[in-house]
Design a protein around this ligand. Sequence first.
Ligand code: TMP
Length: 218
Amino acid sequence: MGYFITFEGVEGCGKTTQIKLLSEFLVTRGMQTTLTREPGGCPIADKIRAILLDAENQALSPLSELMLYAAARAQHVTEVIAPALEAGKIVLCDRFCDATVAYQSFGRGIDRDVIDSLNLYACQGESPDLTVLVDCDPQLGLERARQRIEATSGPREERFELEALAFHQRVRAGYRQLAADEPDRFLIINGADTIEHIFDAISAQVVARIPEELRVVC
Ligand code: TMP
């Protein structure tokens, strides 16, 4: 079996930059790595992502939103995550089931038990070995996220960036609660630091946790 690492955090916390840097770092050291993301990661789940993040879909109900995340995850686990882990790879996934707890339960207020059972079905027995929480003040994160959206051409994936600050504060509190509940699985990193410092902290601590048989240094 491989090793499953997820990255989580509020909008604009810097996790996507960091997961890409980590992937390059592991690949250049000869480690078998799969870099993927949620929602998305395979063609069918990418189509669901487009619905979920389209700023025009303001009418999407919290329950439909939850079901779509679960559907995208079920497809992604089946097509990408489970086969990669089965093949002994290190899987790096930008968001996974913790995001559903943080956003749909802490953020939207959907019953946690409902979310936990849906996650259980959708994940089909796969669960992260390590989760890097890039923790950051939502105000700072939203400023960064809005700058990124303005600089990007193509579809505006900003349905969540348009949510009130209070929503993002609940999401952050949710992530911190999850990390406090499972301190062995979570690694909390300060997302307000520079890209270089954050990367140094993540790479050192993540590599130390990768099982020896998967850790290649060349
Ligand atoms: P991204 O901005 O990291 O690509 O994530 C897309 C958005 O989807 C982000 O605003 C968080 C949200 N999200 C949820 O609300 N629930 C989930 O289960 C996942 C995976 C993401």
